[in-house]
Ligand binder design. Structure first.
Ligand SMILES: NC(=O)c1ccc[n+]([C@@H]2O[C@H](COP(=O)([O-])OP(=O)(O)OC[C@H]3O[C@@H](n4cnc5c(N)ncnc54)[C@H](O)[C@@H]3O)[C@@H](O)[C@H]2O)c1
Length: 385
């Protein structure tokens, strides 16, 4: 198979639109020798014919089960609200489809384990939508770590914050609903930091977390996208926020490193901040999304009097970067990370080779999410198998 036939589920939403774009775009940068994708179905609860221009020729469906049952579809791409991931992914895997699922893979690690097991038994390709670490600057970080240049990692500090729920009057949406998104910010945003931890440091073995809700009720205002301001009439119904707005966490990694991690959706003024700092016995790495292609690298091997952080901008010496741009510091952003991810999903299927992060990875990330929820409830350290 060199052309993979794809159904995008949740096609009218943010991720659905990005994924649909990415399948059609990646061959422009990576060529077609490792396969191409044809989006043959766009599925959304509110699907209208005006979706059709996004993938010419695709069928427009409202029922995801129709896509899962279609023998002409090879890959089910799940961009649906979190609480649907498990049910839809399971049905797709049982129907023999490869599955690319947005994060978090499932609401619990038990569900994620089941999905990973079914995929393994059926020999299907799986992928979880953690595109941030696929920006080539993080390949550079991994290369430096794997080469031993910063020595043994002792401390990881990471954070991710947004402010979409900083305003107490910001409208209610599914992300604040503990039924539709049971783990709230932990699965939503924490999972991104957890994906960096997994990619760069390794498995987490135990943690203690403090989850918190800042604004307990929010006005229900229909048809607003995330972050949009509402004009309130005073007649609105108010709904209870039933999942965490933020988390502070300490953790231990299986390799002995320690972690200090925080994330939230209530950091007033922080439109999007994502950082990590990795301290080893011989050096350190610092990353800040505000400089999306830049790594700061400190090496104790530099001679005394010349030590300091160097700024390294990933550039065309990196194959992935060069696929997009011939000159350094032109910046690859969020959508390019998603294009890289879609290209890797298709390459995985065509070459029958799993690529990080698979459902096995997704399972471990769900274990961390579960442990955060349990630790915060019980106010104690929680071990992860
Ligand atoms: N990887 C990332 O950086 C990233 C960023 C944003 C969101 N996400 C994840 O992507 C997923 C979708 O988030 P979003 O922001 O795109 O959401 P969204 O609200 O913008 O879109 C949701 C989509 O699902 C569809 N939908 C909802 N219920 C449905 C049903 N029963 N049947 C068929 N279609 C249905 C809606 O019509 C819409 O198309 C979430 O799991 C979220 O956590 C990941």
């Amino acid at each position: 198979m060199t052309e993979v036939r794809v159904a995008v589920l949740g096609a009218s939403g943010w991720m659905g639109r990005v994924h649909t774009m990415a399948y059609q775009t990646f061959p422009h940068f990576f060529g077609a020798s490792d396969g191409t994708a044809r989006v043959v179905a766009l599925v959304a609860a509110d699907a209208q014919d005006d979706l059709a221009f996004r993938a010419p020729g695709a069928r427009i469906l409202q029922d995801w089960k129709a896509a899962v049952a279609d023998p002409e579809i090879d890959l089910i791409d799940i961009c649906l609200p979190d609480n649907m991931h498990y049910e839809v992914a399971k049905a797709a895997l049982l129907a023999g489809k490869h599955v690319y699922c947005e994060k978090p893979l499932a609401d619990t690690a038990v569900e994620a384990r089941e999905l990973a097991d079914i995929a393994r038994q059926k020999g299907l390709i799986t992928r979880v939508g953690h595109a941030f670490p696929r920006n080539p600057v993080h390949d550079l970080a991994k290369e430096i770590i794997d080469s031993g240049e910063i020595g043994e990692i002792k401390l990881f500090k990471g954070c991710q914050h947004i402010d979409v729920f900083a305003d107490p009057l910001a409208p209610y949406m599914w992300r604040a609903d503990g039924n539709l998104a049971p783990t709230g910010i932990v699965g939503d945003t924490g999972s991104h930091i957890f994906s960096f931890m997994n990619f760069l440091v390794g498995r987490v073995s135990s943690l203690i977390a403090d989850n918190f809700i800042v604004t307990p009720t929010r006005p229900v205002v229909r048809d607003l996208a995330m972050g949009e301001q509402a004009t309130l009439s005073g007649e609105e119904k108010w709904s209870e926020v039933t999942n965490p707005d933020g988390t502070n966490m300490l953790c231990r990694f299986a390799n002995g490193a320690r972690g200090v991690v925080d994330f939230s959706r209530i950091a007033t003024g922080r439109k999007f901040v994502q950082t990590y700092e990795i301290y080893g016995t011989k050096g350190s790495l610092l990353y800040n999304y505000d400089e999306v292609n830049r790594l700061r690298f400190y090496s104790s091997d530099d001679k005394t009097g010349r030590r300091g952080f160097r700024e390294i901008d990933v550039g065309p010496e990196n194959d992935t970067y060069r696929s997009f741009l011939p000159l350094p510091n032109f910046a690859l952003g969020y959508n390019e990370s998603k294009i890289i991810e879609a290209a890797e999903v298709i390459r995985s299927i065509v070459t029958n080779r799993q690529m990080w992060p698979t459902f096995e990875t997704g399972h471990h990330l769900c274990q961390i999410v579960d442990a955060c929820m349990e630790s915060s409830r019980q106010q104690r350290w929680v071990e992860i198998e």
